[in-house]
Ligand binder design. Structure first.
Ligand code: VGL
Ligand code: ZN
Length: 236
């Protein structure tokens, strides 16, 4: 065989490998009727210009709108704090945002005042276009207890009711997207696993805060909990 032909065969081999690789690395998933897209805290406060803006938070809105078309079931969550909430640095004299303090239930990161009930800042992002969404679940409305998780508050006792809702509706697979990857998204995803659900986090449909390595730590904990890390292109 002439050398040029060998080379062509070799290149053909590489070409078909390259074609095969993506489908092996990212098996496409089709959400079933028992699947729900959980859209976490896509609220003005976490978008550029908001009180606790997450870098690139606005970039995920078109991604989430497109994703939602592929789901029969969609739930929004909404961070919904009282004025003077225990998670606000302003509620603790001498403290500044992003410091950590000890509250009766354990460590609490202190945040700027954000997502106050009824404010413009707390509204869901105007760019969300998901009219078939079925539930908005609010959390963080107990003055003395924060709740990153959409299932159970930070005292690990106070529940939001979401476990009962998904059980009664027979939903068994949760796909999580939204803000912020390393706080409300990851805590919700891990608690969804604890509730016995199959859970995937759609990485490119989330953005993180990344406070002292919190983003990498969150991915590690999610991995340990059996949360799958996928991309929006993996969903058909
Ligand atoms: C969140 C910090 C404080 C979040 C909410 O939605 O990830 N983060 N409150
Ligand atoms: Zn909050």
């Amino acid at each position: 065989m002439p050398a040029s032909m060998k080379r062509r065969q070799f290149l053909f081999g590489i070409g078909s490998l390259a074609l095969l690789t993506p489908s092996v690395a990212f098996p496409a998933v089709k959400p079933s009727d028992k699947a729900v897209l959980l859209v976490v805290d896509v609220q003005n406060c976490f978008l550029p210009g908001g009180t606790l803006a997450v870098n690139g938070g606005n970039e995920i809105i078109p991604i989430i709108n497109a994703l939602a078309q592929k789901f029969k079931n969609v739930i929004f969550t909404q961070d919904w704090h009282t004025p003077g909430h225990a998670s606000f640095a302003s509620s603790h004299p001498g403290k500044t945002p992003f410091e950590t303090i000890e509250l009766p239930y354990g460590k609490q990161v202190l945040w700027p005042d954000h997502c106050i009930q009824g404010s413009e800042d707390a509204k869901l992002a105007a760019g969300l276009d998901i009219p078939h969404a079925q539930l908005i679940i609010r959390k963080g409305y107990h003055n003395d207890i924060d709740s990153y998780s959409t299932f159970i508050a930070a005292d690990r006792k106070t529940k939001t009711g979401l476990t009962g809702y998904v059980q009664e509706r027979g939903l068994s697979e949760v796909y999580v997207c939204g803000l912020a990857t390393d706080f409300c998204v990851s805590w919700s995803a891990i608690d969804a696993r604890r509730a016995g659900l199959h859970v995937s986090v759609i990485e490119d449909a989330c953005r993180g805060i990344d406070l002292n390595g919190s983003l990498e730590a969150a991915w590690h904990l999610m991995d340990e909990a059996g949360v799958k890390r996928i991309q929006s292109r993996d969903i058909t």
